[in-house]
Design a protein around this ligand. Structure first.
Ligand code: GLN
Length: 481
C-alpha cells in the first residue's frame, strides 16, 4: 500500500474503488507500529481505527452517502478533545482525563468520515517548540532522529512527515503548527484568528491561538480548511468563512502580486543556509511574476517579549483550573492548608509550565501590570497597525518560518531565552491575527527549511494560492525513514 499519497489522491482512489479504507488504515496503523518506537509521534493509537474503516467501506459498497474524507487517517494533537478519549496535553496533570465531548473540529471531521488514528505528542500544554517538554518523552525528527522535530505540535508534524497518517491537526499559539511543519518538511497553516473554532481545544492563550492543519501538500490544507472553517455558536470568536471554496482557483498563481520581504526576519541570528533558502524562494516567486521588495516592520523586535508576556498571563489564568479539585489527579484535601494543597497539586506540572505560571502570576499583578502586561498589549496593537500598513502596499509578506535549522535534542533545553527567540518569525501573525503558512522549501545538510508566507486578515484563500505557487517551484527528496 502506498502511504505516500496526498489526502486528495486518497479520496480519489477510495472513491474509484482502487483502494479500500480498511487496507489503507491498516497499513497506516502498521506503519505506526513499525516506526513510532523511533519517532514517538503518538501518545495513543486508536485501537478501533481499522474497525471504523471497515464500516466506511461498507457504507461505500452499499451506496450510502459518504463524507468527504472517505476514511482518511488523521492524527490529532493531544490538546484537542475527542469524546471518550484520553486528552492529556502531554501532561501528567491530565494523565487520567477523558474528554466528555468532541471539539467542533472533531465533530466536523467525524461528519466527513475521517478516521482518527491516534493522539499526537506535543510540548506540555503546548508550551514549547521542540516537543521536549512532553511529560511522556520527546518526539524525534524523522529527517534525523538526533534532532528535534519542532513543536509544540511536534507529534502531528512527525506523523504526517513520516507517512504514519495523511494529515493532522495541531494548534498554533505562537508558531506551534508552522514551526514543526518547517522542521519536518510538511505544510503547516495558521488561519486568520477565528476562522476555525477553538471549542474543545484546551486553552493556552486563547486570545491569539488557532487550530491549524498539517498536511503534505498545500491543496490538502485547502481541502481540510473547507471542512474545518466557519462560524460556531460554541466559540463566539469565530468568523464567517463566506462559504469560500479554498480549493477552487488554488492554481491562480501570483503573477503581478506584490510581496514584502520582512527585513527584521532576514538579519541578526539567521542561519546562513536559511537566509540563502529564503533569497532563493524570493527569486523563484519573482520567476513566477511576483514583484518582491523589502519591507520593515519595526515592532518585530519587541514581538517575542510581548508574546511571552501576554501568553504567560493568559496561561496563568487558563491553567488555574488544574488544582486537583476540578481536574487533575486524586489525593484528599485532609491535612493540608489551602496553599500547601495547591502547591502539591501543581507540582504535577513540568518545569516549563511551572515557569510560565510563575511568570503569568507576576506580570499582570498589581504594581507590575503597567510595566509588563499593558506594555505588551501596546506592542501588540502597534505591531498590528504596522502589519496592516504593510498590507496597504503588499499582497503577501515572506520570511523564513524559523530562523535556524532544526537543532539537536537537548541542545537548547536548558536555555529558555534561546528557545523563546526561535519564535521570532512566527509570533507576529498570532499577535496580529493574520493567516500564515509554512511551505517546505529546501533541505540543508539533511535538515528541512520551510518558508513562511503571510497575508492580510481574512485573505486565507489568496494565501493558499501563493503557497501553492511557491510549492510548485520545489522538488524535495523523500524523508529518509
Ligand atoms: N513556542 C511558543 C510557546 O511556547 C509557541 C507555542 C505554541 O504555538 N503553542 O509559547
Amino acid at each position: 500500500m502506498n502511504l505516500k499519497i496526498s489526502a486528495l489522491e486518497y479520496v480519489e482512489q477510495v472513491k474509484n474503488g482502487d483502494i479500500s479504507a480498511e487496507d489503507f488504515v491498516s497499513s497506516s496503523i502498521d506503519r505506526i507500529k513499525n516506526v513510532d518506537d523511533k519517532l514517538h509521534a503518538f501518545l495513543q493509537v486508536n485501537s478501533k481505527a481499522v474497525e471504523h474503516a471497515q464500516q466506511i467501506d461498507k457504507k461505500i459498497k452499499s451506496g450510502e452517502k459518504v463524507g468527504q474524507c472517505f476514511g482518511m487517517p488523521i492524527s490529532i494533537k493531544d490538546n484537542i478533545c475527542i469524546k471518550h478519549s484520553k486528552t492529556t496535553c502531554a501532561s501528567k496533570m491530565l494523565e487520567k482525563f477523558t474528554a466528555p465531548y468532541d471539539a467542533t473540529v472533531i465533530s466536523k471531521l467525524k461528519q466527513e468520515d475521517a478516521i482518527f488514528v491516534g493522539k499526537a505528542n506535543m510540548d506540555e500544554f503546548a508550551m514549547g517548540l521542540t516537543t521536549e517538554f512532553s511529560a511522556y518523552g520527546p518526539s524525534k525528527n524523522p529527517w534525523n532522529t538526533d534532532y528535534v522535530p519542532g513543536g509544540s505540535s511536534g507529534g502531528s508534524a512527525v506523523s504526517v512527515s513520516a507517512f504514519e497518517c495523511i494529515a493532522s491537526l495541531g494548534s498554533d499559539t505562537g508558531g506551534s503548527v508552522r514551526n514543526p511543519a518547517s522542521f519536518c518538511s510538511v505544510v503547516g497553516f495558521k488561519p486568520t484568528y477565528g476562522l476555525i473554532s477553538r471549542f474543545g481545544l484546551i486553552s493556552y492563550a486563547n486570545s491569539i491561538e488557532q487550530i491549524g492543519p498539517i498536511t503534505r501538500t498545500v491543496k490538502d490544507t485547502a481541502f481540510l480548511l473547507n471542512i474545518l472553517s466557519g462560524l460556531d455558536s460554541n466559540d463566539n470568536t469565530t468568523i464567517e468563512n463566506g462559504n469560500q471554496d479554498y480549493l477552487a482557483d488554488i492554481d491562480s498563481g501570483i503573477e503581478g502580486k506584490k510581496i514584502g520581504i520582512i527585513q527584521e526576519m532576514m538579519g541578526e541570528g539567521i542561519d546562513p543556509s536559511v537566509l540563502s533558502a529564503t533569497n532563493d524562494a524570493v527569486s523563484k516567486l519573482e520567476g513566477l511574476g511576483a514583484v518582491c521588495e523589502k519591507v520593515s516592520i519595526d515592532m518585530v523586535k519587541y514581538s517575542v517579549a510581548s508574546y511571552y508576556t501576554i501568553t504567560a498571563t493568559e496561561a496563568g489564568s487558563n491553567l488555574a483550573r488544574y488544582d486537583n479539585l476540578r481536574y487533575g489527579y486524586e489525593f484528599p484535601v485532609e491535612g493540608f492548608e489551602f496553599n500547601s494543597y495547591i502547591s502539591k497539586a501543581r507540582a504535577k506540572f513540568g518545569p516549563e509550565v511551572i515557569r510560565r505560571m510563575i511568570l503569568g502570576g507576576f506580570v499582570p499583578s498589581a504594581g507590575h501590570a503597567g510595566k509588563y502586561f499593558l506594555k505588551a498589549l501596546k506592542v501588540k496593537s502597534k505591531l498590528t497597525k504596522e502589519v496592516k500598513d504593510a498590507f496597504k502596499k503588499f499582497d503577501y509578506l515572506i520570511a523564513p518560518t524559523v530562523p535556524v535549522l532544526p537543532f539537536k535534542l537537548g541542545e537548547k533545553i536548558d536555555d529558555p531565552i534561546a528557545l523563546f527567540l526561535v519564535d521570532i518569525n512566527t509570533v507576529m501573525s498570532n499577535l496580529s491575527g493574520i493567516p500564515s503558512i509554512s511551505v517546505p522549501f529546501s533541505i540543508s545538510n539533511g535538515l528541512p527549511i520551510g518558508i513562511q508566507l503571510l497575508a492580510n486578515h481574512g485573505e486565507d484563500k489568496s494565501l493558499l494560492q501563493a503557497a501553492k505557487a511557491l510549492e510548485s517551484t520545489v522538488n524535495l527528496p523523500e524523508v529518509p525513514i
